[in-house]
Write a protein of this length. Structure first.
Length: 317
């Protein structure tokens, strides 16, 4: 089998031939991987700026989709030929041997490319909103609004009747009239107040950090909350302490894997079944910029994050 690995801390990723995983044992499933995206978190693992410690050698890849090749004894609810989404990291490889309870079966109507991107960003958006407990008519503001997470926040917020203020470095030229988009900058609080006619914004989702955190927090109403879940700027968040004391703001961090760690497998499976149904909708569609075979890993990595759309790795070529 082939895999993209980092052999030791500080080393560059490389594609290596590894021994085949062998037949599945009790409760295990052999998966032939199909497609996997290159996410911001994968790039952070490579640059060693990821929030969690990693142990080496590691196979890269936060998410992906594969097809079941063989079942070990005792596996139920999964059939040979099913497409599955691994819940665990290590997806940039041609084959994986996994415990059946760490796989989610994906319905056949979800296209391969969208299925490959279902593990992380949709569930992140869902959990960010779910933890917030906003009700119909409430508002949330988010930066990095061109991102895949932000797209899912818009979709899932609309289902809850929650309004979204979208903040981006460059708002798209064409967007639905009903959506509020603002360019990030020093006038953001004034622009938000004008757009919402002074209605309160009790919650902000920040995936940019750096000074963008302060600009976003300045739009949040007293006793509101700022949730930091990403660092696209590559900087630590900046927050004037007077903003916190003056408004009684709460600032907290969020990460998907710890947030779901205590949940029962059936609860996790139910969430992905709901997200998979939504993944076929046009509003959920995450554009794909390019697809490269695993052997073209360095080209794929240098292309990822440079423009609109996700770069995918084809793992079956
Ligand atoms: N904590 C968690 O568990 C978790 C889970 C999922 C994602 N995340 C984080 O959420 C963020 C979004 O992830 P994603 O996969 O949805 O992203 P994505 O689809 O790859 O989109 C990234 C977006 O970030 C914007 N961007 C890049 N650099 C920026 C900067 N310096 N300042 C402002 N905007 C910048 C780009 O916007 P332009 O259009 O302006 O170029 C691009 O639209 C990432 O930080 C990721 O690490 C965290």
């Amino acid at each position: 089998m082939k895999a993209a690995i980092i052999a030791a801390a500080g080393q560059l990723p490389e594609v290596r031939h590894l021994p085949d995983p062998g037949p599945p044992g009790l409760g295990q499933v052999l998966v032939a991987m199909l497609l996997a995206p290159i996410n911001p978190a994968d790039r952070q693992v490579i640059t060693r700026s990821y929030a969690f410690p990693m142990s080496y050698p590691l196979i890269l890849g936060a998410e992906g989709v594969g097809r079941v090749m063989a079942l070990g004894p005792g596996v139920q609810g999964i059939a040979e030929g099913d497409r599955v989404l691994p819940l665990d990291r290590g997806n940039w490889c041609s084959h994986r041997l996994m415990s059946a309870d760490r796989l989610i079966v994906i319905p056949s109507d979800v296209p391969d490319d969208q299925a490959a991107m279902l593990r992380i960003n949709p569930a992140t958006a869902w959990r960010l909103l779910d933890q917030a407990r906003l009700g119909a008519g409430d508002w949330v503001i988010q930066n990095g609004a061109n991102s895949a997470v932000a797209r899912w926040v818009r979709l899932l917020a609309s289902q809850r009747g929650v309004g979204v203020v979208n903040v981006a470095r460059s708002p798209p030229a064409h967007r639905p009239d009903a959506e509020i988009w603002l360019a990030d900058g020093p006038d953001l609080p004034t622009e938000v107040a004008r757009a919402l006619r002074d209605r309160p914004v009790p919650l902000a989702f920040d995936c940019v950090a750096g000074p963008a955190t302060a600009r976003l927090a300045s739009c949040v109403s007293p006793d509101g909350q700022v949730v930091i879940f990403g660092h696209l700027s590559g900087e630590d968040c900046v927050l004037p302490s007077g903003l916190l004391t003056g408004r009684g703001l709460i600032v907290r961090g969020f990460s998907l894997r710890p947030a779901e760690a205590t949940e029962a497998p059936a609860t996790v499976a139910a969430l992905y079944s709901r997200l998979a149904r939504l993944a076929c909708r046009p509003e959920a569609h995450t554009p794909v910029a390019a697809t490269y075979p695993l052997d073209a890993l360095s080209t794929a990595l240098s292309t990822a994050g440079c423009g609109v759309g996700r770069v995918l790795l084809a793992l079956d070529r």
